[in-house]
Design a protein around this ligand. Structure first.
Ligand SMILES: *Cc1c(COP(=O)(O)O)cnc(C)c1O
Length: 361
């Protein structure tokens, strides 16, 4: 068996310890004689799994009691519709568009009400985060929406927008649990788990209780109502049970590593190795405004498409995989989530240095 360094943006690298533990428990989960995949979601064993997962997440993120934690399906994209359907009481919401995912969420919200694009960084291929200290937030906006870490473009909000009292809704898919957060600053925090936490399909929604009401847009399907899932502790129907079990293991892994403060320290150390090299290299360049750089997704280019392709090909052969950039940015992107070991980044940079030397006349 040989594992590669997987720099995929998602689904992405998971902690090896977690995968091993899951493998050990595959045929017989702790004396139950069955896999978690084969288990009733109403069984005692599963009840413990989902309860512990929630408790561990609450502890890690210091989630106050007036927030619900929901484990749902449909990925992050399902939330693009679920958010307006549940929260647009006045049928008005403000969106800050900093990348493809925010744009998709904005376009989806336009189906349900008046979605206003109050800021955007599309003018410069989403390579920065706009100044959000004094935006024209709509008087009657039900919420202000952001994508906090832009997976494709590699930008991250370092300061949250001034929402002028409106609830902030944030897609944190690609920065979930990468650093401490103050949950009280948000109305809703949500993310698909396949970037930093677990297997695709699960989406975690952390939502302030007063935002969960019966008063949703007419025609909202039962399965898309936050209230039904909140009232049933995420067990209204069969949840993505195995995925939640893996998420729970990752929460425990993060706790054992020292929690979110320790994650942040580790992630900063990792990202610095790569960014420092990008800043000194004469071949590779980062594509993002420095102040807005993400700790999780690092896009870079050589400025020469053929050289980019050569690099990706040789890197893959050397065991550094999924480095090809998104088609809208080109070049390369290294996603260096929580589970990417620091050695992976160190070795990638060594490889890049050698490539630069070999390919410079
Ligand atoms: C990947 C991603 C999504 C989409 O997630 P799905 O689970 O595929 O729907 C949405 N937002 C962000 C920020 C992402 O990185």
């Amino acid at each position: 068996m040989s594992r590669v360094y997987n720099f995929s943006a998602g689904p992405a690298v998971l902690p090896e310890e977690v995968l091993r533990e899951a493998a050990d428990e595959m045929l017989d989960y702790r004396g139950t004689g069955m896999s978690v995949m084969e288990m009733s979601h109403r069984s005692k064993a599963y009840e413990t799994i989902i309860k512990e997962a929630e408790a561990d997440l609450r502890e890690l993120m210091n989630i106050p009691d007036n927030y619900k934690v929901l484990f749902l399906q449909g990925g992050a994209s399902q939330q693009f519709a679920m958010i307006p359907m549940n929260l647009m009481k006045n049928k008005v919401a403000d969106y800050i568009v900093t990348g493809q995912w925010a744009k998709k969420a904005y376009q989806e919200a336009c189906i349900y009400g008046k979605a206003n694009k109050i800021a955007s960084s599309e003018d410069k291929t989403f390579s920065y985060i706009p100044d959000c200290s004094d935006l024209p937030v709509s008087e009657d906006a039900d919420y202000v929406y952001i994508c906090e870490n832009n997976t494709i473009y590699g930008t991250k909000y370092k300061t949250l927008p001034n929402t002028k009292g409106k609830p902030l809704v944030s897609d944190v898919s690609s920065c979930f649990l990468s650093e401490p957060v103050d949950v009280t600053k948000y109305g809703v925090i949500y993310g698909g788990v396949q970037k930093n936490i677990g297997p695709a399909g699960v989406v975690i929604v952390i939502i302030r209780e007063d935002l969960i009401t019966e008063d949703v847009l007419p025609g909202t399907p039962t399965m898309l109502k936050y209230k039904i899932h909140a009232d049933n502790d995420s067990l209204y129907n069969t949840p993505p049970a195995y995925g939640i079990y893996i998420c729970g293991k990752v929460f425990k892994w993060i706790k054992a590593k020292g929690g979110l403060a320790a994650m942040k320290e580790y992630n900063e150390k990792k990202a610095k190795i790569l960014y420092d090299y990008l800043d000194e290299s004469r071949m590779f360049k980062g594509t993002v405004r420095k102040e807005d750089r993400s700790l999780m997704n690092v896009p870079f280019v050589t400025g020469d498409e053929e050289l980019d392709a050569k690099f990706v090909k040789e890197a893959t052969a050397a065991g550094f995989v999924n480095l090809k950039g998104h088609r809208t940015v080109g070049g390369m992107r290294a996603s260096i989530y929580n589970a990417m070991p620091i050695e992976g980044v160190e070795k990638l940079v060594e490889f890049m240095k050698e490539f630069e030397k070999q390919n410079t006349k």
